[in-house]
Design a binder for this molecule. Structure first.
Ligand code: ADP
Length: 379
């Protein structure tokens, strides 16, 4: 059996794959950016993932290549595929997670629900879109955005004049993505996995809450989600993963609109922050499932026995490590499962997370929030 998985990127997602890799007896090798990466507990090679020969050499010792992030240039993945390497998800699928315009076009083609959108490359085109869908619209850079960077709410094209400068625009691929400003009641995420034999499994839909554009809390399952809404979300995820030939995990970030529709915001093809709850909260965690899926093994059960709340631990100072507060928090919150990513502290940086399982979302959320304040040493 193929059992050697190569992960490009040494962040917390690669780190959290190491535990199920150990449990399943898989070999996990990581191509990390730096010596002290979050994933340095795994067998790590330090190298530049934008350098073709580095990635080719890395791929020699593994059966399958997969990802901790989606920033590996497509031409490098295509070169690996030409040499017969197994890349999961394949470059033709990953392209949709790398570029929001490529994604919008593909979702329109396959009939997945998009907000109103348009590719714009000039002030005039953007003003036209604003006149049609404004007064406020969202403008996004198709590539390179994360955690809300690369997303602006605008009511005039002059608010993105920097992005429309010829040099910036060509670096961004020649076009910007304009979207209607969706009126939503909340943000949801549907996490699923698919292997290359076509087996597909989904976790319950979750609610994600952001602060300053960064995920802060995940409620699993999403409170008060109707059966119809939950089934619709899984149908959308299955349509996307099978039509775009996604392998491994697929996270579909969605808006629940004020009039009860689901619209796709964006896609990730790897373990995702919205799925960290599954480590303790579901029979099979997203990290185990991703490994099973990329190796084309049968997928594990995704059911939950209790509800779960996951809260992110974002750095509150540039020097204090929250590990110092462990003893206190463990004593006060014995049900809180603390995860630390082994990263040096920095304000706003994702340094870890806490998951609490309980009978109700409200009580899990209350405990998780208290444990978070205690571990971060804030009120
Ligand atoms: P990133 O790739 O940086 O995570 P997203 O495309 O997910 O960027 O956008 C970041 C946030 O901006 C979303 O979580 C959502 O709150 C808001 N947003 C994005 N697109 C829209 C939209 N079309 N309408 C309303 N809000 C949006």
């Amino acid at each position: 059996m193929a059992n050697r998985v190569g992960v490009i990127g040494g962040g917390q997602l690669a780190r959290m794959m190491t535990v199920p890799a150990i449990n399943l007896g898989l070999e996990l090798k990581v191509l990390a950016e730096t010596e002290n990466s979050s994933a340095s507990l795994a067998t790590t090679v330090v190298g530049d993932y934008t350098h073709l020969q580095t990635v080719l050499d890395f791929s020699e010792g593994v059966d399958v290549i997969t990802f901790d992030h989606e920033h590996v240039p497509l031409h490098i993945l295509e070169a690996l595929e030409k040499k017969g390497k197994s890349v999961q998800p394949p470059s033709r699928a990953l392209a949709h997670a790398q570029n929001k315009l490529v994604m919008r076009k593909a979702l329109a083609r396959i009939g997945a629900p998009n907000p109103n959108w348009r590719a714009v490359s000039s002030k005039e085109q953007l003003e036209e879109f604003i006149a049609e869908f404004g007064p406020e619209v969202i403008v996004k850079t198709p590539i390179g955005g994360y955690d809300g960077k690369g997303v602006r709410v605008v009511s005039s094209a002059s608010q993105v004049s920097d992005w429309l400068e010829p040099s910036s625009l060509s670096a961004l691929g020649g076009e910007l993505l304009a979207e209607e400003k969706v009126q939503f009641t909340r943000e949801l995420a549907q996490l699923s996995a698919r292997n290359s034999s076509g087996e597909f499994k989904a976790w319950p839909i979750v609610e994600t809450r952001q602060k300053n554009g960064v995920c802060s809390e995940v409620l699993a399952p999403a409170p008060n989600a109707s059966k119809e809404l939950s089934l619709e979300a899984i149908k959308i995820a299955e349509l996307i993963s099978s039509s775009l030939e996604v392998t491994g995990n697929l996270a579909v970030e969605m808006f629940e609109t004020t009039d009860g529709r689901l619209l796709v915001n964006e896609l990730a093809m790897r373990p995702h922050n919205s799925g960290h709850f599954s480590i303790e909260g579901a029979t099979t965690s997203q990290f185990e499932q991703h490994l099973r899926a990329v190796l084309d093994l049968p997928l594990g059960d995704t059911s939950m026995d209790q509800v779960a709340v996951m809260v992110n631990l974002l750095g509150v100072s540039n020097d204090k490590d929250f590990v110092d507060n462990y003893e206190l928090v463990m004593k006060a919150f014995p049900a809180a499962k603390i995860h630390a990513y082994g990263k040096s502290p920095r304000v706003g940086r994702k340094l870890g997370h806490i998951t609490v399982l309980d009978k109700s979302i409200d009580s899990a959320l209350a405990t998780a929030n208290q444990a978070r304040s205690a571990v971060l040493g804030v009120n």
